[in-house]
Write a protein that binds this ligand. Structure first.
Ligand code: PLP
Length: 458
């Protein structure tokens, strides 16, 4: 049926025609979007009514250098005028992806060798799984294919990566996870580590991993994927000594380690790579989001030498490497990424993240730490979270009834006060992950808006 949209508002058109991700579909059809954003500058978004919002989430943890950066817009325009597209199949090449790959290898943790470009964090993690399978097939170990991920980890929404994601909301209705995925315990201190010291908690998490590997058989497990600091699953940093101990187990069983740096990569923790900061020493690294600060959809699998040597030697068995996207090595994405990385360097953003991050962490703790209905305030640098619980007993926390939708209501309250945060799936947790360019006054305003909203809801 042809529908004239001329006399509909944007909100009405959206409600009628847009199939939104991660949305209660029927609710959206009924009530439409709460705001229609028309502009962004720095850390501030403006809606069609001219109302400003501090975006304390940098979109979806991605607009790291802030909105409206003319340096990246100009790089995109210049690249589109010069060479709008060039594929990378069968050794075709263009200059910007080559320069970006070189730059990524130069800045990546030691031992990284090659860069495979994709479009999103999901397809990059999907590629990583295919690389692990290809690697083990090339080595004559066709049974070594299962992938371990962690409960509450977030790795994407393709069939494989939604399965790797350890959040039940991404499996419901989709016949997931696939049978080759296993999940182990998340390093979530509030719940899984209640009352334990760092050393005790690390030992428990490592024992869980050991037990899983023993149960499945190490010869059936190809890789484990971990976010340095978990994002969507609750902003969860591991206890002291965790990665060194987990890595030892994986190495002992010849299981590859994939660091999913889609959120942490390019400065969110105050270091270029979270895996480096936390000494993960991965075999493969996934990056997306902050690679272009979301000015263009671009992701990359950064592959270590050990894996590359096997992949590149597999041609005699499998022929040409049979994987790649139309938009792999997109010159516009690479141009945006190069301009984005220039900004991070020129504006000394890692130092800025450390300074403003310390301020944000202190402000969140000052506002929430002693609140009786706050289980934990956590985070590092410019990523933080507040988890609301009904109470914390000696035996551990007690959750609110999910039907109360505590975090979602607090986020709505903050939106009404001009601040955008995010309620994380399946826990009463509110996340903060602002653009690196956020002003101190905007951090304070955001925290105050959330405290105010929480006081009203709780
Ligand atoms: N990995 C992590 C750690 C993420 O946070 C995300 C998205 O939030 C993804 C992968 C998936 O990335 P995308 O949404 O670009 O597919």
């Amino acid at each position: 049926m042809a529908v004239s949209s001329s006399d509909l508002s944007t909100a009405e058109i959206d409600r009628k025609f847009v199939f939104h991700p991660f949305t209660m579909l029927a609710d959206h059809e009924r009530s439409g979007p709460p705001v229609v954003i028309t502009q962004g500058k720095g850390a501030v978004l403006t809606d069609e009514r001219g109302i400003d919002y501090v975006d304390a989430m940098a979109g979806l943890w991605c607009v790291n250098v802030g909105y409206g950066r003319s340096e990246i817009a100009d790089a995109l325009r210049d690249q589109a005028n010069q060479l709008s597209y060039c594929h990378a199949f069968s050794s075709m090449s263009s200059d910007k992806p080559a320069l970006l790959a070189q730059r990524l290898i130069d800045m990546a943790p030691a031992g990284m060798s090659k860069v495979f470009f994709g479009n999103s964090g999901s397809d990059a993690n999907d590629t990583q799984v295919k690389l692990v399978w290809y690697y083990n097939n090339a080595l004559g170990r066709p049974q070594k294919k299962k992938i371990i991920a962690r409960q509450r980890g977030y790795h994407g929404v393709t069939i494989m990566t939604a399965g790797l994601t350890g959040l039940p909301g991404l499996h419901a209705g989709f016949d997931l996870p696939l049978p080759m995925v296993r999940h182990t315990t998340a390093p979530r201190r509030l719940w899984e580590g209640h009352g334990l010291t760092d050393a005790e908690f690390t030992a428990k998490l490592v024992a869980d991993l050991e037990e899983l590997i023993a149960r499945e058989g190490a010869d059936t497990i190809g890789a484990m994927i971990m976010e340095p600091v978990m994002g969507a699953g609750g902003v969860i940093a591991p206890p002291e000594g965790y990665y060194a101990a987990m890595r030892d187990v994986l190495r002992r069983h010849d299981i590859l380690l994939i660091a999913d740096e889609v959120i942490c990569g390019f400065g969110r923790l105050g270091a270029m790579f979270g895996s480096e900061l936390l000494d993960m020493q991965p075999d493969m690294i996934t990056v997306a989001k902050g690679l272009t600060s979301a000015y263009f959809p671009l992701s990359a699998c950064i592959v270590g030498q050990k894996v590359w040597d096997v992949l590149s030697g597999a041609g005699s068995q499998f022929g040409a490497f049979g994987h790649g996207y139309t938009y792999s090595s997109h010159p516009l994405g690479a141009a945006a990424a190069l301009a984005n990385l220039d900004l991070i360097d020129k504006e000394n953003m890692l130092a800025r993240v450390a300074d403003e991050g310390a301020h944000m962490q202190a402000a969140l703790r000052a506002a929430f730490a002693d609140h009786p209905l706050v289980g934990e305030v956590r985070g590092q640098a410019l990523i933080g979270a507040v988890e609301f619980v009904k109470e914390v007993r000696d035996t551990g926390p007690v959750a609110f009834d999910p039907a109360l939708k505590v975090a979602a209501r607090i986020v709505k309250g903050a939106l009404d006060r001009g601040v955008i945060g995010r309620a994380l799936p399946s826990a009463d947790t509110v996340a903060f992950s602002p653009p690196f360019v956020i002003q101190r006054e905007e951090i304070d305003r955001s925290v105050a808006a959330f405290r105010d909203a929480a006081d009203q809801v709780l």
